[in-house]
Design a protein around this ligand. Structure first.
Ligand code: GLP
Length: 266
């Protein structure tokens, strides 16, 4: 896999990458796996801009979101349904039938997760899975300990994640749902290509574990290393805890070309 460290805006970088992949897609429909979170807000704003300016269209793009809280209705401001509507779907030309988001209010949660896996298969699999990274290294809502072959399921959220996400719930961890629905790590790894984003110092430990640590379910992010076509896009702060060879490579590259992206093969 590749670690790409950029001083440019991660959202613009990722949106432009998605557009290029969409333009050069080998098949229709183009199927995207989509995340939520603060990190990817700029990416959605940039995608909305591309559509507004006629440079991209979601008409034939099929999307699958990676996760949703259990117990929050779609109109709840902190549900991922609401997030996606607000940040992306209100601004682009996607067809409703092509948009898939797990329903945290479904009466039979597990049946819905099984159906989700089938829907992904029926769409021909995911071409490009975008994602963020949790402070504890979680991918989607796959908390530490999740098996690399896990599938879409109900997940108990850790205290660490509920504390981290409390900033969206009046800074009160007790208001953060205790469970979520999430695609599995195996579901993510089945995609043709992965592009994950990490920004800011709170992600520095997870990025350092990915680069320097062993591949382990205790740090779900390290599953990216097992995928043949994966990249993590990080800003300098998220890459600030790197040590050893990786740190030296980064410093040398920026000494020579201060504004260029640095690509490390892991
Ligand atoms: C939530 C989401 C993850 C996301 C993470 C990071 O926990 N389930 O998919 O990667 O938040 O969010 P942020 O970008 O706000 O740091």
């Amino acid at each position: 896999m590749k670690l790409i460290i950029t001083k440019h805006n991660l959202g613009l970088w990722a949106a432009s990458y998605i557009r290029t992949r969409w333009q050069t897609r080998g098949k229709d429909p183009f199927v995207l796996g989509l995340p939520t979170g603060g990190t990817v807000e700029d990416m959605y704003a940039a995608l909305a801009g591309l559509v507004k300016n006629g440079k991209m269209s979601f008409q034939d793009i099929v999307t699958f979101n990676m996760d949703e809280y259990v117990g929050l209705p779609p109109q709840h401001a902190q549900s991922y349904h609401y997030y996606m509507k607000h940040h992306l779907f209100d601004h682009v030309d996607a067809q409703e039938k092509n948009v898939h988001i797990l329903d945290g209010m479904a009466p039979d949660l597990q049946a819905q997760c099984t159906q989700y896996e089938q829907d992904i298969k029926r769409a021909g699999g995911i071409d490009l899975f975008l994602g963020g990274v949790g402070r504890n290294g979680h991918l989607a809502f796959n908390e530490p300990g999740s098996a690399f072959d896990s599938r879409t399921r109900v997940m108990e959220l850790t205290e660490s994640t509920r504390r981290a996400n409390a900033r969206f719930f009046d800074n009160n961890p007790a208001l953060v749902p205790t469970q979520a629905l999430t695609v599995g790590i195996g579901t993510v790894l089945d995609a043709q290509e992965l592009l994950f984003l990490a920004s800011g110092p709170s992600k520095a430990e997870a990025v350092a574990r990915l680069v320097q640590g062993e591949i382990t379910p205790n740090w779900p992010i390290t599953a990216l290393k097992t995928h043949p076509q994966a990249a993590l896009l990080a800003d300098p702060q998220a890459a600030s805890a790197l040590t050893g060879t990786a740190k030296t490579q980064l410093e040398k590259a920026w000494a020579a070309y201060p504004n260029e992206d640095v690509i490390l093969t892991l």
